[in-house]
Write a protein that binds this ligand. Sequence first.
Ligand SMILES: [Fe+2]
Ligand SMILES: [Fe+2]
Length: 267
Amino acid sequence: MSDSFVARSLDEIRFWSRIMKEHALFLRLGFRCEDTQLIQEANYFFALFEQIEDQSNTFTLEADPQTIINFNTEVYNAASGIWVFKRKVLGLVLRCQLPGQNNFPLLIDHVSREANYFRNRLRELNTGTLEPLPDAIIDENVFFLRIMADHAKFIGHLLDPSERKLVAQAREFSHDFDQLLFQAKDLESMRPQSQTYPLLDQFLDQNRVSVKSLRDFKKTARELIEACRIKSIIHPLLADHVFREAERFLTIIDMFEKHLNAQARKK
Ligand SMILES: [Fe+2]
Ligand SMILES: [Fe+2]
């Protein structure tokens, strides 16, 4: 196995373990004071992913691939654990067993989808079964476009209703990303015939434009929230969290574009 296996594993783990740690914090903030058991479980996952994040920073690119395979397995189990916890919380909320708790069901489902994505990435890395590029392009975009559409919805619902302009902007982003998601689903159902260079290239270009503008909107929101210039119930860390996820999506789009162009040149 090559260096790139170590580099890719560490990159995924450094990014997503911080994200998982923050999910544990957001879930904890949404529980009621009396949900002490759930609060303890959330604290457990916060500490677990903090330790994983710290450990990932001690490895270098020269690390022994076997050590990283073992580390990936350990992190895979942690990601599976937090996925089970999130789905359990979703079940409790949907059965109205935590009346008055503060996390939207869609947000709980959303963070569980991210945990599932993370563990699939680790499994793919360890088994060396990365998808062919045209499939990866469609699948990753279907995943991330839905994530972005959800973020726009969360922002719109967590801003104070009196922030009418920003709420309207968030709603527009939600609509825009729902449309992009439908387009991606159409491309998905038309495959493999839809997996031509011009169609995939245009797909990436179009998505990039919208993700950039959502990323900039999130950046502005983050700054306004940090400076306490707008009214909302958005934790500053949540604003930064969704900004980082948009940046991640942009990096992935650019990486796909590079690989797609390299493949086109070879032909
Ligand atoms: Fe997240
Ligand atoms: Fe997210």
